[in-house]
Design a protein around this ligand. Sequence first.
Ligand code: 5GP
Length: 120
Amino acid sequence: ATLPYDDGNIFARILRGEIPSRRVYEDEWAVAFHDIAPQAPVHILVIPRGRYVSWDDFSAQASAEEIAGFVRAVGTVAREQGLVAPGYRLLGNVGPDAGQEVPHLHVHLFGGAALGRMIA
Ligand code: 5GP
């Protein structure tokens, strides 16, 4: 289990358009935007529109339709960014040991250079 969802978290505010972001993709299920502090030449965050703190509650509680929509959106963003042939990395932080800072599920999409073998 994780914390209860907080509608004031920064990604909830980005979803509602209360805080600006550089959006690169959006559909019924997901929104993607550039990370404010990029750690690779391409560093995009993909988030579901639904109110999920992390992979934990998303995987346990989201509908099959929401899960499929989100997973498909992540792949679509990578494809649209031209990252499939050169390759890319997906990363998800869950909870304190992983250093998760924002309590709305997000997948980091890294690319644009050889990424080495770091795990963060
Ligand atoms: P976490 O550590 O929770 O997996 O990652 C949170 C990410 O969100 C970090 O890479 C951080 O740079 C990014 N971030 C935090 N606040 C904002 C913001 O207001 N706008 C954008 N675009 N990214 C943010």
